[in-house]
Ligand binder design. Structure first.
Ligand code: NAD
Length: 429
């Protein structure tokens, strides 16, 4: 057992499942499987930098509020730090640190030359006006001006943020340094150097990995019954692409509640309905309302948690009926629940593989920007699919070779590559 990072570097969330401890447990399991040197494990268990900044913001009513913004840079052994920016009330340094570590293994698993990072502000964006969100985003970016950059740390969207926030971040960074720097963020609008295909990329990656896993079970997407928790950037895109491929999406949910239709939901119509109703899906014609807790335990072939972490826990894991659980969200299955699912023979497609489509297209966006060459969507999707399928096959092969479940197989690949690079680079000084 390695010594955990001491408080307050990463901190803890009293009374809750500790995301950073969970992340370290998976790292330790991989290190044991790889017989990793104890010193290397110790280094990889600690984020390289944890930055917390104050964000004073003037609200529209003239009041001033001071928010805390975090950016955790776990590792830059393989390349610049890379990871999303989350706006959600549950954001803590501990959670952001766990997500930053996950990014390190994800990038290494996909073979893209990035390290891992994550950022966040503990706010509910729904409680702020667009102009307040713009001021918050711009001040957060200014406070991090020396910590981010196209060769240093490249933020992207995550829960509660989108292309809009990335455009504000790119503009603020560019204004501060005196010239346009599109490569400082990915997931930008097309108008400022974004990539075609980025918006749907994480959902597309989920669809590809589910398709490959079904094929290995002798099945296809056609007619397969799918349940999706979360209907945002990731869940919404995954639903649309799976629907197009012939899957029956029988239930989806948002934070406000879920809907169920035994014969499958008309996803394009649901997207239009959500757009007209401020992202709410409850009340969609020809569907029944369903509670989020019930949705997870529905009988289905594929369950896709695409909202937040710790959704499948010791409490509900025994009621999970899906044959495949595809982790579109980061960390939606707790450590204990994961053990139970694996022991029951459920195929758990781990987050660092299943939701990697986003960071892959972020990488392709960064490459296009640095080379001043922009590709059509067909090329972006083709390059992404190639990397996703390659990683999937490597994970399957590793799983068979080591006789371990898919998550441990994915971790041994990701962690192993970073450990190898660290040992080749040597310890400075
Ligand atoms: P988002 O904010 O666009 O969407 C989140 C969705 O989850 C919303 O529909 C929200 O209403 C719903 N939700 C929130 N709490 C819920 C609850 N308790 N029950 C049911 N639904 C709930 O966020 P996103 O970008 O789609 O991210 C979702 C997950 O995917 C996160 O774990 C994120 O880290 C991960 N992820 C995102 C990307 C990306 O490119 N955006 C890439 C990789 C991983």
């Amino acid at each position: 057992m390695v010594s955990m990072p001491t408080l307050p570097l990463v901190g803890a969330t009293p009374g809750h499942i500790c995301p950073f401890d969970q992340a370290c447990s998976y790292l330790e399991a991989a290190a044991k499987e790889l017989s990793l040197d104890q010193g290397i494990l110790e280094i990889l268990s600690h984020p390289r930098r944890v930055v917390t900044v104050s964000i004073p913001v003037k609200l529209d009513n003239g009041d001033i509020r001071v928010l805390a913004g975090h950016r955790v840079q776990h590792s830059d052994i393989l390349g610049p730090y890379k990871g999303g920016t989350r706006y959600h009330p549950a954001v803590t340094v501990n959670e952001v640190s766990a997500l930053a570590m996950l990014m390190t293994w994800k990038c290494a698993l996909l073979g893209i030359p990035y390290g891992g990072a994550k950022g966040g502000i503990a706010i509910d964006p729904q409680n702020y006006s667009v102009s307040e969100l713009e001021r918050i985003t711009r001040r957060y970016t200014s406070e991090l001006i020396k910590d981010i950059g196209p060769a240093l740390d490249i933020p992207a969207p995550d829960v509660g943020t989108s292309a809009r926030e990335m455009a504000w971040m790119m503009d603020t960074y560019s204004m501060n340094v005196g010239h346009a720097v599109p490569g400082v963020v990915t997931g930008k609008p097309l108008s400022v150097g974004g990539s075609r295909g980025r918006e749907m990329a994480t959902g597309r990656g989920v669809m590809i990995i589910v398709r490959e896993a079904l094929a290995d079970l002798g099945k296809s997407l056609d007619g397969v019954r799918v349940v999706i928790q979360g209907f945002g950037n990731v869940g919404g895109a995954a639903a649309e692409l799976l629907y197009q491929a012939g899957a029956k999406i029988i239930a989806v949910s948002t934070a406000e509640g879920g809907i169920f239709a035994n014969d499958g939901l008309d996803i394009p119509a649901l997207k239009a309905y959500a757009a007209e109703n401020h992202k709410s899906i409850v009340g969609f014609p020809q569907s029944e309302p369903i509670k989020n807790a019930e949705l997870l335990t529905l009988s289905c072939d594929v369950l896709i948690p695409a909202a937040l972490e710790n959704q499948i826990t010791e409490e509900n894991v025994d009621q999970i009926q899906a044959q495949i659980v595809a982790e579109a969200a980061n960390g939606p299955v707790t450590l204990e629940a994961n053990r139970v699912l694996e022991a029951r023979g459920v195929t758990v497609l781990p987050d660092i593989l299943a939701n990697a489509g986003g960071v892959v297209v972020s990488y392709l966006e960064w490459v296009q920007g640095l080379s001043y060459l922009f590709w059509d969507e067909e090329r972006v999707n083709r390059e992404m699919e190639h990397l996703m399928v390659q990683a999937y096959r490597q994970v399957m092969q590793q799983s068979k070779m080591r006789q371990v479940p898919l998550r441990l197989a994915a971790y041994t690949l990701g962690v192993g590559r970073v450990a190898q690079a660290l040992s080749d680079r040597g310890l400075y000084p």
